[in-house]
Ligand binder design. Structure first.
Ligand code: PLP
Length: 409
């Protein structure tokens, strides 16, 4: 199968034979197996995966330690409900709490949107609800999920329109503008919700010092700071968490949300909160049947242990510097932004990122057109130098054919 062939073929009447509800564009390729940074389609064609399931596969495809942990757990105990616990899940919570600075508690979810949903509910409960603090302020250009509440928190009005009316209680302010934020935070606001690098919004890092200013504002106005680390968390940016780049300023959020890399492909998310904030929830206030089940917890524990053993933040910094330098050397790349291995390459005028994505895919490289003019790269954190060189060579070959904005053949 080529990158452009539709995996499901075509009906005689011309309709695509796709069994999925059309929330996504029809899938471009049917993949069969992966190992590390490589993945193969059903026809045996090899690709380098520099998207990694959208910043999920931080240890690469089919990591042996994670695969072994999941297989063993599948044969041991898969689900007990949250009436009970098991030997694995508390260890994941304790490890996350240690990495996040300590003094907190964890609620496990199955996705990033659910982790943010939990954070929003917790902030409202903490703030006293409708007669107290209940609003959440987030940034334009942000992405926080697709449930109705997290969609409203997502600062992209075009995504709101088809689903109005959305739940009330959300305000949006200009990204990285402390005055705009200060103007929006009054005594009805329970929390400010921010990413440290806007991932889906185009890979836009916070300017240095901004998070410390937000922390100070939240303290002054008496509201919580929620940091959405669903995409940036767990070493992706070269620190365990994006907010820790500002450690010199001693920034500590009240709530942190995680998902994506936590299970290295197994669906698991988490909402961490300082114990004093977490105490606002009472038994029965929130829940999800499969959150923190032993199977996804085994994937998470193996992922966290492996990441610690290989010093994943250091790998992300090193490989990120190599990839960034190689991208910056390409004549068709105007600039590279991002942190660690969450990078976007801005292309020269006239080059369409979607067309570059399609040409790269045909040439065996998976990247992501994150804006009309930029491609996002989020390879595994343990990506080899050889694979970085190979990927940049493929990209360079593709970009060379885009001199006039259209690929020459
Ligand atoms: C910063 C951020 N928050 C939340 C989400 C939603 O996570 P999920 O797709 O697992 O629901 C995403 C997904 O891309 C994200 O990047």
């Amino acid at each position: 199968m080529t990158a452009t062939a539709h995996p499901f073929g075509t009906h005689a009447d011309g309709l695509e034979r796709c069994p999925f509800i059309p929330t996504y564009a029809p899938p471009a390729v049917m993949f069969e197996r992966g190992l590390g940074t490589e993945v193969w389609d059903v026809d045996g064609k090899r690709y380098l995966d520099f998207l990694g399931g959208i910043a999920v596969l931080s240890l690469g495809h089919s990591h042996p330690d994670v695969a072994a942990a999941v297989a063993t757990q599948a044969h041991t105990l898969q689900q007990v409900s949250n009436y009970f616990t098991n030997p694995i899940t508390p260890q994941v919570a304790i490890t996350l709490d240690r990495l996040l600075g300590g003094g907190g508690q964890v609620f496990f979810t199955n996705s990033g949107a659910e982790a943010n949903e939990c954070a929003i509910k917790l902030a409202r409960r903490w703030g006293g609800g409708a007669h107290g603090r209940w609003q959440v302020v987030s940034a334009y250009g942000s992405f926080h999920g697709r449930t109705l509440a997290t969609l409203h928190a997502t600062g992209q009005p075009s995504k709101h329109e088809p689903f109005q009316p959305l739940p009330p209680g959300f305000r949006h302010v200009a990204w990285a503008d402390i005055d705009a934020l200060a103007a929006a935070v009054d005594d009805t606001v329970a929390a400010v919700l921010l990413e440290t690098v806007q991932g889906e919004g185009g890979v836009n890092p916070m300017p240095p010092g901004y998070l410390a200013a937000v922390r100070a504002l939240c303290d002054e106005r008496g509201c919580l700071l929620i940091v959405d680390e669903v995409q940036t968390g767990l070493a992706r940016t070269g620190a365990w968490f994006g907010f820790q780049h500002d450690l010199d300023d001693g920034v500590q959020p009240d709530i942190v949300t995680l998902a994506k890399a936590l299970g290295n492909g197994a669906p698991v998310g988490a909402c961490w909160a300082k114990a004093g904030v977490a105490a606002a929830f009472e038994a029965g206030d929130h829940g999800t049947t499969q959150g923190g089940n032993p199977l996804s917890a085994a994937a998470a524990l193996a992922t966290l242990r492996t990441m610690e053993a290989i010093d994943a933040p250091a790998l992300a910094r090193l490989a990120g510097a190599t990839l960034r330098a190689s991208l910056e050397a390409l004549p068709q790349v105007v600039s590279v932004r991002g942190r660690g291995l969450l990078l976007a390459a801005e292309l020269t005028d006239g080059i369409d990122a979607k067309a570059v994505y399609a040409e790269c895919l045909a040439a065996g490289l998976i990247v992501n057109p994150i804006t009309p003019t930029a491609i996002r790269l989020t390879p595994p954190l343990n990506v080899s130098e050889e694979h970085i060189d190979e990927a940049v060579a493929v990209l360079s070959g593709v970009l060379e054919r885009f001199g006039s904005g259209v690929p020459a053949r």
